[in-house]
Write a protein that binds this ligand. Structure first.
Ligand SMILES: CC(C)(COP(=O)(O)OP(=O)(O)OC[C@H]1O[C@@H](n2cnc3c(N)ncnc32)[C@H](O)[C@@H]1OP(=O)(O)O)[C@@H](O)C(=O)NCCC(=O)NCCS
Length: 148
C-alpha cells in the first residue's frame, strides 16, 4: 500500500468528503454535511480522513459514550477500494479508542451490503445483532462489535 496519511478532518476537506460520501453511501449531501457538522460540535465525536498524495480518498466518523465507540460513516473512494485503506482507517480508530480506554467498537450495515459485511469480518468484528425496520419499514441492519 502506498503512503496513506490518516488525520482529523479540516474545514477545507468537507467538499471532498461529501463527494465520496454521496457516491458511496445511501445518504444525501445534506445528511453527510449535517452529520459531520454535528460531529464537529461534540467532544465525543471525530471525523477522520485518509489521504494519498495529499488528496482525500476516504473518511470515517465515530461517536463514543461510556466504554463504547460507534462508527457512523465509513467510505472509501471507489477506485481506491480493496487496497487496505478502509482497514487502515479501522486500525487508526482502534488506536484512538485504546488511548481513550474505550473497550469496544460497534458498527452496523445493511444485510445486502456484502462488501461491508466482508470488510468488518476481515477486520475481526463479530456479528452481535440484527434489527428490522431501523430507519423505516424494510430497512434492516446487522450489528457488529470488536472488543479492543
Ligand atoms: C466497505 C469499505 C469502507 C471497505 O473499505 P476498503 O478500503 O475497500 O477495504 P479494505 O481494502 O481494507 O478491505 C476490503 C477487502 O480488501 C482486501 N484487502 C485488504 N487489504 C488489502 C491489500 N493491502 N491489498 C489488496 N486487498 C486487500 C480484504 O481482504 C478485503 O477483502 P474482502 O472484502 O474480499 O474480504 C469500502 O468498500 C466502501 O467505502 N464501501 C462503500 C461504502 C460502504 O458501504 N460503507 C460501509 C457502510 S456501513
Amino acid at each position: 500500500m502506498q503512503d496513506i496519511v490518516i488525520r482529523k478532518i479540516k474545514k477545507l476537506d468537507i467538499n471532498d468528503v461529501i463527494k465520496i460520501g454521496t457516491a458511496e453511501l445511501k445518504s444525501s449531501a445534506n445528511e453527510i454535511k449535517e452529520g459531520i457538522k454535528t460531529a464537529a460540535n461534540y467532544q465525543t465525536s471525530k471525523t477522520f480522513v485518509a489521504l494519498k498524495d495529499e488528496k482525500i480518498i476516504g473518511f470515517a466518523t465515530i461517536w463514543w459514550e461510556a466504554k463504547a465507540c460507534k462508527i457512523g460513516y465509513i467510505a472509501i473512494k471507489k477506485n481506491e477500494q480493496n487496497k487496505g485503506i478502509g482497514t487502515a482507517i479501522i486500525k487508526h480508530i482502534e488506536n484512538f479508542c485504546r488511548k481513550r480506554k474505550l473497550k469496544m467498537l460497534h458498527t452496523s450495515t445493511q444485510p445486502d451490503n456484502e462488501k461491508a459485511i466482508n470488510f468488518y469480518r476481515y477486520n475481526k468484528f463479530k456479528k452481535t445483532g440484527y434489527r428490522k425496520d431501523v430507519f423505516e419499514k424494510g430497512v434492516n441492519e446487522i450489528y457488529f462489535t470488536k472488543y479492543l
